[in-house]
Unconditional design. Structure first.
Lengths: 862, 118
């Protein structure tokens, strides 16, 4: 019988109290009438089912009724409801968008089976923690290790001209070892992927297509398998198509071809171009794999003391390959979004508190008319829940709309799509966050309201809201001020950092320069003279165009490729790459320096007469001269570089090859003609730069025609202005800063409104007091100052800890600050000023209202 | 006034109608209602305590029944029991539901899906 009473607790308490005794009596009777185990068992079972069903239905009826009443009461105060929904939208929206982005980039498993076992393998050289593997290193690591179930490799740079299907196109793809796909464990959508035989020298060419390429270039035709295509004039047979979510190593990759290694490829241990990717055997940890590869590297150092000196092998989880900057950028935004949430919630709590105080009379009346406290509490809570759900829904809509704009914060190097998907996980996060917000910030005001409501609330003229309530609300406003100061300082520092980076001199001119990439295919252009003919014809025709002042070809433009680093040997002594004696190598046509406005400080440019038959020459950068011949005349000096002795004939200014924020190696420019046929094909000039007196984009139709006439099969892959290339350097940084500035603006506005709301309410509550004070002789100035002082006290109470917290935040962001000090005085002062001005503005209206209290009217009312 | 509310209550849930019918001849307490409904339906409808009191609560709110203070002689009574009485409004609701069912039956007969004998 006691069990039945316990079961009755599933019912709402009001129902239980009303009918519980009778129900128990009926159950007792039924129990008496049932005899035997089976019939008792049946009675209990049916009772269980009945109680669960009826209790759930009753609870639902109550909740539905509460929600209905709450909706009606909210519609009666639309201003309050709209403000609260807006606050939830801002707070939750910012967090759903940013945390979805961060989860997508930093946390979510990569789209491969058992992604946590996928590791990248790199060589490690002094000064370079992640250097590509040489084919020999790859082969040695692959055969000697026992940690990896399979170890594959690919070559990151491999775009090719696709001819045969429509217009010739330059498409990005990679060469891979045959075991790459089995390593990633991603099956082909149709067809197959490579066998070991496809990977051997002399094997017929085979290609696997990406889903996107299959769709765009082959119309999604399933008969594509077995079709012959021409890539860089070589025949390939399509053998498979990968599924749409397969993006490896980046989302730009359109096709995969096998390496077809030759025995020669394993000879040079200093030719590093392979990225290793392996799948750990089950049960093998990252640390075990790491220490095993270190042992292998040590053995290789002993075996090849000259080539492998100081060369190590390192293993990094595929997931962890993100740059610390990208990570910090996202974490910073998460922190900012949390600040916005805190501020929005504090405002929301304040708003709900104010409403509950203002409604004290109404609640007291309802209590005296027979409602109980539990009903009041439920009613107020369901109001918060409704507001929260409405806000949560609109917040999700806002987040979904803004995610595509934030896509640029998804680093390009990850094998994931550009825009985080809207999925169940995101919706659950939004719902969870909303419920937490509602419970955390709705319960306290509801408890307070239902506790305070009593007969005392019915007295006319009662002053609602005791000092405890005021203190709680003041504390909330102080928290708001604190959080906005943190945001103000952080975004201020990041704005300064952006300015600083943007004002960095790249070392070349950016205005009116167009960069057009035309990658010549091999082996068609194996002969240097053939390449020369192409460049000469294109450049001569372009220079004839109206407005063009100069044009040239270079291996790769600064900031578009950081690689191409070669060891430097000076004075015949062996200078090891290990000691950082390296320079960036670029082959150029004459006229590059004048086109890009790189100052020629000594000597001459390379010239058309610098051919393979003449002494090999080089133009070097000033940092190169400082390093090797600090106090000597550089012109005429010799050094060994790219397999030849070179004579310095010119010195030019330094350029930021690796971008505005990274240190670059010294630069060496070589004549495009001083190279043997079939050598250094990866360095063959492919970027055409044109300087013109007019906006250079206008030249594009003419440029297309010129390239077509030089080689009808030659596509143009990318066209960009130099200004865009440099702006691209700061793209993610400036996007992050813009998001942060929006957050900060919202935050400071909310904090100002918070101060305004609190003081307005306090002034309204103290209306009588001000009237009496004035009747007793207090001047307007004194009252005004008193209210103003309250506002200032709130602002300062938030400002001081806020500045301290901001300094800590700035220390965490330090690596994003590009040299701006975390304790930058100017930024801190500006932030403090903005905060105080906002507080002042928020205080002004309540202070003026206080002054307007009419002593005569107040005294009459008393 | 009362009549205005009737259409919004129709059709009645079968449980509600049975409870109303069981109260037409005398006031009854909960368990007696359960027994009476079972008797009238030849054991077809056995109300559980939860279902009964959920319906009673709704019917009290709608004004179809009231709790009565008149109780039987003390030796027949159990103080835990509450007795319910049908109100004139409750009767009107039951009549309206009966009329609705009669019309429905008429329609069914016209369509030949119900026997014509009464």
């Amino acid at each position: 019988m006691n069990y039945y009473r316990l079961l009755l607790h599933l019912y709402p308490s009001s129902f239980r109290m009303q009918y519980g005794d009778e129900m128990s009596a009926i159950f007792a009777l039924k129990l008496q009438q049932s005899s035997g185990f089976a019939s008792r068992y049946g009675l209990w079972l049916s009772t269980f089912i009945e109680v669960f069903g009826n209790a759930a239905a009753l609870h639902w009826e109550i909740a539905r009724r509460d929600l209905y009443y709450s909706a009606r009461s909210l519609l009666r105060s639309p201003g309050f409801a709209a403000t609260a929904v807006l606050l939830v939208t801002i707070g939750i929206g910012a967090n759903v968008a940013i945390f979805t982005l961060a989860d997508f980039v930093l946390v979510r498993p990569l789209p491969f089976p058992e992604p946590e076992r996928l590791m990248k393998v790199w060589e490690k050289h002094p000064g370079y923690s992640m250097m590509e593997l040489s084919p020999a290193s790859y082969r040695d690591a692959k055969t000697a290790n026992t940690s990896f179930a399979s170890l594959a490799a690919y070559d990151e740079f491999n775009s090719m001209n696709l001819v045969g299907e429509g217009e010739p196109r330059r498409i990005d793809g990679i060469s891979v070892t045959a075991n790459l796909f089995p390593t990633l464990k991603k099956p082909a959508l149709i067809g197959r992927y490579f066998h070991e035989e496809d990977d051997r020298a002399g094997a017929p060419g085979t290609v696997v297509l990406s889903y996107a390429l299959w769709q765009t270039q082959f119309g999604g035709d399933r008969n594509v398998l077995g079709k012959a295509v021409s890539l860089d004039n070589q025949p390939y047979t399509v053998i498979g198509v990968m599924p749409p979510d397969f993006r490896f190593p980046t989302r730009e990759t359109q096709f995969w071809i096998p390496f077809r290694f030759k025995e020669d490829d394993y000879q040079d241990r200093n030719n590093n171009y392979l990225v290793g990717i392996g799948r750990l055997k089950p049960g093998v940890s990252l640390a075990q794999a790491r220490s095993e590869l270190l042992l292998i590297a040590a053995r290789l150092r002993k075996q090849y003391p000259k080539e492998n000196e100081s060369v190590d092998l390192s293993v990094i989880a595929l997931r962890d390959e993100l740059s610390p900057q990208s990570r910090l950028l996202l974490k910073g935004l998460c922190g900012a979004a949390l600040c916005v949430l805190i501020i929005a919630c504090a405002n929301l709590a304040n708003l709900l508190l104010a409403r509950s105080l203002a409604r004290q009379r109404e609640l007291s009346i309802r209590l005296s008319l027979g409602a109980n406290r539990r009903m009041l509490l439920r009613h107020i809570l369901s109001e918060s829940l409704l507001l929260g759900l409405a806000g949560g829904a609109s917040a999700t809509a806002v987040a979904v709309a803004t995610l595509p704009l934030l896509g640029r914060l998804v680093p390009d190097g990850l094998p994931i799509q550009k825009v985080p998907p809207v999925d169940l996980q995101m919706l659950l996060f939004a719902l969870g966050l909303t419920l937490i917000t509602v419970i955390a910030f709705g319960v306290a005001p509801a408890m307070r309201a239902s506790r305070n409501a009593g007969l005392s609330g019915l007295r006319v003229g009662v002053r609602t809201g005791g000092s405890g309530s005021h203190r709680a609300r003041a504390a909330l406003v102080i928290v708001e001020v604190m959080a906005s100061v943190v945001l103000l300082v952080s975004s201020g520092l990041l704005i300064r950092a952006l300015w600083k980076v943007q004002s960095t001199e790249p070392g070349f001119r950016t205005d009116n320069i167009l960069a057009v990439r035309t990658e010549l295919p091999f082996p068609k252009y194996d002969e240097v003279s053939l390449r020369g003919q192409f460049y000469s014809k294109v450049l001569a025709d372009i220079r004839r165009q109206p407005g063009v002042t100069d044009a040239a070809y270079i291996t790769a433009l600064p900031m578009t490729w950081g690689g191409g680093i070669w060891a430097v040997l000076v004075d015949g002594t062996s200078q090891l790459r290990a000691e950082g004696h390296v320079a960036s190598m670029r082959f150029v046509t004459p006229g590059l320096f004048s086109t890009l406005g790189i100052p020629l400080t000594l000597g001459r440019d390379v010239s058309e007469t610098d051919t393979a038959e003449r002494p090999y020459v080089a133009v070097v950068s000033e940092s190169f001269v400082r390093r090797y011949w600090p106090n000597r005349q550089p012109i005429g000096q010799h050094f060994n570089f790219a397999l030849h002795d070179r004579e310095v004939v010119g010195v030019v200014g330094d350029v930021r090859v690796r971008g505005l924020e990274r240190a670059s190696e010294p630069q060496v420019y070589l004549s495009y003609k001083q190279v043997s046929d079939g050598w250094f094909e990866g360095y063959a000039p492919k970027d055409l730069v044109i300087h013109s007196s007019q906006p250079p984009e206008q030249l594009l139709p003419a440029i297309r025609q010129i390239i077509q006439s030089a080689d009808p099969e030659q596509p143009i892959s990318t066209v960009r202005t130099m200004t865009d290339i440099v702006a691209g350097e700061t793209e993610s940084r400036s996007l992050q800063m813009r998001v942060l500035v929006v957050f900060t603006a919202v935050a400071i506005l909310l904090a100002g409104l918070g101060i305004y709301g609190l003081l307005s309410f306090a002034v309204a509550m103290r209306h009588q007091e001000f009237g009496i004070r004035m009747a007793l002789g207090a001047g307007h100035g004194a009252i005004f100052k008193m209210v103003l002082g309250q506002g200032a006290a709130l602002a300062v109470a938030g400002l001081l800890p806020g500045l301290a917290a901001a300094y800590l935040a700035a220390r965490l962001l330090q690596s994003l600050l590009a040299g701006v000090r975390p304790a930058d005085g100017l930024t801190f002062m500006a932030a403090a000023a903005v905060c105080l001005i906002t507080a002042l503005l928020g205080t002004l209206v309540p202070a003026l209202r206080a002054v307007r209290a009419d002593p005569a009217a107040v005294m009459r009312a008393e | 006034m009362a009549d205005d509310r009737i259409p919004s209550l129709l059709p009645l849930q079968p449980t509600t109608l049975h409870i109303l019918l069981s109260l037409t001849d005398e006031d009854r307490h909960g368990y007696a209602i359960i027994l009476e409904v079972a008797r009238r339906t030849q054991g077809e409808l056995k109300l559980s305590a939860g279902t009964l009191y959920r319906s009673i609560q709704r019917m009290l709110e709608a004004g179809m029944v009231i709790e009565t203070r008149t109780r039987p002689a003390p030796e027949m009574d159990d103080e835990r029991r509450r007795y319910y009485r049908i109100t004139p409004f409750g009767r009107a609701v039951a009549e309206a539901e009966a009329a609705r069912l009669r019309d429905l039956l008429k329609m069914a007969r016209l369509c030949g899906v119900a026997p014509r004998t009464t």
